[in-house]
Write a protein of this length. Structure first.
Length: 299
């Protein structure tokens, strides 16, 4: 199927407080965010018309901007309203939602204190990241690129520049016939996929790397909560490549990946099993609840 370019689509994008026709939502080529990656973003999903964990995503967007040294000029309530409005304006019920904040054109140098901060929110129909491969399990290569030390990059921020590493790792994996890549960190410990957190089922327990140099994903925290509610032991710890051979099941989680079984990592093979299936089913049920029902469960 031919790809539809993202600059040539019908619809509306919320841009600095105004609904703009999709094809007219443009920025100048000398925007600081384009040259110096001074931007932060979120990935969200709407299910049955409700954006799942919207406030958590909005708060992380604002926090990410502050880590990069700028204040987004909208309140959390205004950003939430913008996200809901753009989904409604595009007549979508199940959709992916992408807020993005970036530095503008007032300065083009490493120093950017005088740049204006812009915000846009776009939305489009987008099924699970891995499509038809999802239920049979995806194949992951071991990436050569590694997640950086938190003193060398703003790893607690969902910063646009950090995803360059993921793109390089994913492209290399795809060139070898894999679906994605699993990344180690600067120490050689297991970290995450190129854009999703990873879980391992080991001796009936759920093990996942401690997020000390990558995002503690919102979907990650939701899945951990779902597992604990089902009396599973959840272990956050430093994980080394040799730990992966002890796992009976592996799966990825994230807004785009949702809950996706893994059937291969490098030379290791796994069979998607009952724990993955249970948590996937619980997650799919949860995201279809109303925001009030979700908050009541979390209380």
């Amino acid at each position: 199927m031919a790809l539809v370019p993202f600059d040539d689509r019908d619809g509306l994008i919320w841009f600095d407080g105004v609904m703009v026709p999709w094809r007219e939502a443009k920025i100048h080529v000398l925007s600081h965010g384009l040259h110096y990656a001074s931007g932060v973003f979120e990935g969200e999903r709407a299910y049955s018309g409700n954006i799942f964990k919207l406030r958590a995503h909005t708060e992380r967007l604002i926090a990410s901007g502050r880590i990069l040294g700028f204040e987004i000029p909208y309140t959390a309530d205004e950003i939430d309203d913008a996200c809901r409005a753009v989904v409604a304006a595009n007549n979508l019920v199940d959709a992916y939602v992408r807020p993005l904040a970036w530095r503008g054109t007032e300065q083009l140098s490493v120093s950017a204190q005088q740049t204006k901060i812009h915000l846009m929110v776009a939305t489009w129909a987008w099924p699970n990241l891995f499509g038809d491969n999802r239920m049979k399990g995806v194949r992951l290569d071991m990436a050569e690129w590694r997640r950086p030390h938190p003193q060398t990059a703003p790893t607690a921020s969902k910063a646009a520049g950090l995803y360059m590493i993921g793109t390089l790792a994913k492209h290399a994996a795809e060139a070898k016939g894999f679906d994605d890549a699993l990344m180690l960190d600067w120490r050689g410990q297991v970290s995450e996929g190129t854009g999703a957190n990873v879980f391992f089922v080991i001796d009936g327990e759920l093990h996942t790397p401690t997020p000390d140099c990558f995002l503690d994903g919102i979907t990650r925290r939701v899945v951990m909560s779902l597992a604990r509610a089902r009396q599973m032991t959840v272990v956050e710890r430093a994980m080394w490549p040799e730990d992966m051979a002890k796992a009976s099941e592996v799966f990825l989680v994230g807004t785009a990946a949702e809950v996706t079984p893994v059937r291969q990592i490098g030379e290791l093979h796994y069979t998607p099993g009952p724990v993955t299936e249970m948590l996937l089913g619980a997650f799919e049920k949860l995201v279809r609840m109303s925001p009030g029902e979700v908050e009541a469960l979390a209380a």
